[in-house]
Design a protein around this ligand. Structure first.
Ligand code: 6PG
Length: 244
């Protein structure tokens, strides 16, 4: 990204998206570990990143990441128990974290079972404990977007997102599970790299609006503009509107 303009990469399909994302993840985390000895990554939920996580847990990517140097966070979580099928933690644990040698105590899930307000406050305390106070930037924030232009658990209309002073916020989704917790937009935009993975024709309209000229600012995804970092959108051809 230069001057706030996100980089956009279009790849053929979902498999190519997962492979390209694995490369971006390995480079971003490798750079952070080289420069600072550790790397903080905030994982995304939803279904899109599952194939990425499965690839990272297998050769060749498994061997290319210094798992013991990572601090693992989440971009958002549903207010459900960690063993609930809707839990973003559970999906990442199954697809990735149970298969790689992350250091004990380095995985910091959002305790959604506390309910949105208490879980957001708890996660903010965790972020300050792990990243410092004021928090250092998260090296890599993985995100998806919904067909409505939401990202993490920041849902339209995107009113007042930039003015948020908290690091983590309670949120309410239009679809169940409705109660959520999300990194705030300023915390996301403080990242060194925001990597947005979007797959499928169902997202093409939201992508076109969020990346439009001018962007449709009613969409939270249109506000993904890291101040000092960069944003890369990885799209398959369908999400880029190049095929149905
Ligand atoms: C979540 C995610 C959410 C997701 C988008 C896309 O908790 O569901 O944080 O923002 O990335 O809704 O979801 P899919 O990848 O399932 O399309």
């Amino acid at each position: 990204m230069s001057d706030g303009v996100p980089e956009v990469r279009v790849v053929a399909d979902g498999a190519a998206l997962a492979e390209a994302a694995a490369g971006e993840v390995a480079v971003a985390l490798g750079r952070a570990v080289t420069e600072r000895g550790t790397a903080a990554v905030a994982l995304s939920g939803g279904s899109t990143p599952r194939e990425l996580y499965e690839r990272l847990a297998a050769a060749p990517w498994r061997e290319r990441i210094a798992w013991g140097r990572l601090v693992v966070l989440w971009g958002d979580e549903r207010c459900v128990p960690p063993d609930d099928p809707a839990s973003n933690f559970r999906m990442a644990e199954e697809a990735l974290l149970s298969k790689v040698p992350v250091a004990p105590g380095s995985v910091h899930r959002i305790r959604g079972e506390l309910g949105p307000e208490e879980a957001a406050a708890d996660y903010e305390r965790t972020l300050r404990a792990v990243l410092g106070d004021p928090p250092s930037p998260i090296d890599l924030v993985l995100l998806g977007i919904g067909a409505d232009g939401h990202t993490a658990s920041l849902f339209p209309p995107a009113v007042g997102l930039e003015a948020e002073r908290r690091l983590a916020v309670p949120a309410r989704a239009p679809e169940p599970p409705r109660e959520r917790v999300s990194l705030s937009l300023p915390m996301i935009n403080a990242a060194r790299l925001v990597l947005v993975l979007v797959r499928g024709a169902g997202k093409a309209a939201a992508v076109a609006r969020a990346l439009g000229d001018p962007p449709d600012e009613t969409l939270p995804a249109a506000h993904l503009r890291p101040a000092a970092g960069s944003a890369t959108w990885l799209l398959d051809r369908a999400a880029a509107g190049l095929e149905r």
